[in-house]
Design a protein around this ligand. Sequence first.
Ligand code: 0RA
Length: 645
Amino acid sequence: MSEEPKKQYSADSIQALEGMEHVRMRPSMYIGDTGVRGLHHLVYEVVDNSIDEAMAGHCDTIKVTINEDGSVTTEDNGRGIPIDLHKKEGVSALEVVMTKIGAGGKFDKDSYKVSGGLHGVGVSCVNALSSALKATVYRDGKIWEQEYELGKPLYPVKPVGESDKNGTIITFKPDSSIFQQTVDFNYETLASRMRELAFLNKGVTMILTDKREKDDKGEFLNEIFHSEEGLKEFIKFLDGNREPIISDVIAIEGEKNDIPVEVAMVYNTSFNENLHSYVNNINTHEGGTHLSGFRRGLTTTLKKYADASGMLDKLKFEITGDDFREGLTAIISVKVAEPQFEGQTKTKLGNREVTSAVSQAVSEMLENYLEENPNDAKTIVQKVILAAQARNAAKKARDMVQRKTAMSIGGLPGKLSDCSEQDPTQSEVFLVEGDSAGGTAKQGRDRRFQAILPLRGKILNVEKAMTHRVFENEEIKNIYTALGVTIGTEEDSKALNIDKLRYHKVVIMCDADVDGSHIETLILTFFFRYMKELIEGGNIYIATPPLYLVKKGSKKRYAWSEEERDEIAESYSGGVQIQRYKGLGEMNAEQLWDTTMDPEKRKLRQVNIDNSSEADRIFSMLMGDEVPPRREFIEKNAKYANIDA
Ligand code: 0RA
């Protein structure tokens, strides 16, 4: 052996290895968590790099494949990761990109990189967290390859063939010692992110294939996402189950102070405001300066138009910002060169300069639209006036909810059986379907830390109700008062105050049948539209009562699925008695505690929002007016279908 290869491990590359070690020691610092979310983040990280290539105009097709063995392959037709010698490191640039934390991949400065949040940590992180990874690069007339284990190269980058194509293929298998919860990729989760990316980056084709599963026709699950109209189509997709009140989606595209701004919006007959904002393709859940800019631009322009039209002349009260956004669905997407992310989940844009850029862009383009479409303009102003009137009514109802909350114990709902624990972090409340199950739960619970709030039958469908009706509803008022949640501050009439949240776990407990799942969806819709912070804070859970009791003599076990039921029956070697639970009411207090409420044994499902635009679309579909798409969705997801049969 010559002396050459030794040089590979210069001081810098040793530092790189240490960086990779650090990723393995503290993975959450790089990818947020090592649960389901973090796992999928690995795919997003690689795909983001391909999208960067697309944004720079070098790539139009990105493929993601879940392989039979559970690994994932991403493939793009970008320039390919550079393979030439990296002078400082003394090895191929490909190796640097794959093994050096913070190399970030890009050496050029003119791409929209991400300095905060979870994205942009680099493919090297994915490498560090993979038990095996293979990078194949098509570039400079050749095919290049390097493989790694736990982020360590198995051999130097080598040519393995010739080709005139360009692009990058990366196959990786997540390390199960890091992702201990699961290494199982979810098709739907990846599909909804790829769909979102296709809308946000028009013209780019995204292809997802799942080789673990075949459909009825014997073909792999496969979807192609491609949008020629971008955000305009995104809005139509999101609002497909709502009824628009204007003739078409308003789409705005431009650049202000070097900040590309894209907005699409529509008004519908609902009473909800639905804003989704993105910075460099990242969903900014907590909003930020771009969203403020949008709101400001929208309000000033519409207000100016409405004032000039004379339609507000007879109005007895002021129009507020909220009124301009009732029934509005909008997507704001900006590209910022050096974004600053703030907030609890680092999804709030902080860059001050973005507000005025977006506000100006929106004002100019919306002004033109209103001039050119006077009928739509009039419809929008009428909707705003109606919203202002409804807001006045809602304020009265809301004040009543608040007055009730203010009265400590005396103000708690009569139906609430509270726990004795005073510390909210140690307390939980069960929202239980129906008074009778509520009674059983009350007997079965551990009253020291478990409270019970029975809810009567089907709670109000908030998706179809005006805001003031929601606040007037008895069951909903009970939820607010029991939880200690209030609405409205000096600055923001709709702001939620959860500082005094009385229970850090809120558990929805419904029957395991079709009615139960409908009620569960109604309650979730309420939390999604009116207390989203609790979902985001991880406070909302769903109880999972068992579906079967398998008995033989004095032996008995519960089952949560048909497979489990059959397994138990088999382990008892036949001759068993099987009881099917349709509702909570069929269990006695002890059984309910044993199976569903005892923290030692129960299986709570935590509710979280993977993809908020997708969640919004699903709630509007499930709870809105259109029946056919709802039926289709329920049939596709009919996990309860054979239980009721
Ligand atoms: C570093 C520099 C350049 C591109 C990339 C990395 C790159 C990374 C990934 C990851 C997946 N697909 C990718 N495609 C490209 C710039 C290339 C150049 O300047 O030619």
